[in-house]
Write a protein of this length. Structure first.
Length: 176
């Protein structure tokens, strides 16, 4: 058990997301981001399976075959694309990724940047969130518009840097 290390990691990540959300004018989302990680359902799993360089939910999955903490987390946090998976009324009621509101895509961007900075530490590069997304995107169930918007945000970050990415999101996306 590593409750103190896990608390520090979660709080550091949350602080970075808060800063990113505040840069975008998403004050409430910054303040409330990932509060469920402090609940017993998520926090105790995080302390038990703490790694420091990737999600403790991976450890719970390896141990149990699923992650109850992740199932709890994704069902309470709208910045996760998995929150937006439901039966689609347009596709004969098949499961589909629904289009996310732009403000939650922006928070997801902040979350991905913060996670990369938290887990990569001083080795972080602005291309890390893009690279992670590209390695994982084939298995995502995500609405095409949401995928395109997130990819645009991550590409600007990778190619033009953090200051330009936040300016792009704030001016070109959130104020459409």
């Amino acid at each position: 058990m590593h409750p103190i290390r896990h608390f520090i990691t979660v709080t550091h990540h949350k602080w970075l997301v808060l800063q990113g959300c505040f840069r975008l004018g998403l004050y409430r989302q910054g303040l409330t981001h990932d509060l469920s990680k402090y609940s017993p359902t998520e926090f105790l799993v995080g302390a038990k399976y703490y790694f420091g360089d990737h999600s403790p939910n991976d450890g719970e999955r390896m141990d149990k075959g699923y992650s109850a903490a992740w199932l709890h987390h994704k069902g309470r946090n709208k910045h996760h694309l998995e929150y937006w998976i439901d039966y689609s009324p347009a596709d004969s009621h098949q499961m589909a990724g629904l289009e996310m509101p732009v403000r939650y895509v922006a928070e997801m961007f902040c979350d991905r940047v913060a996670a990369s900075k938290t887990y990569r530490g001083s080795a972080y590069r602005d291309s890390d969130p893009y690279d992670y997304y590209m390695r994982s995107r084939d298995h995502y169930m995500i609405h095409p518009n949401t995928a395109a918007l997130l990819l645009d945000m991550l590409t600007v970050l990778r190619d033009q840097g953090e200051a330009e990415a936040f300016r792009h999101i704030r001016e070109d996306i959130l104020h459409r």
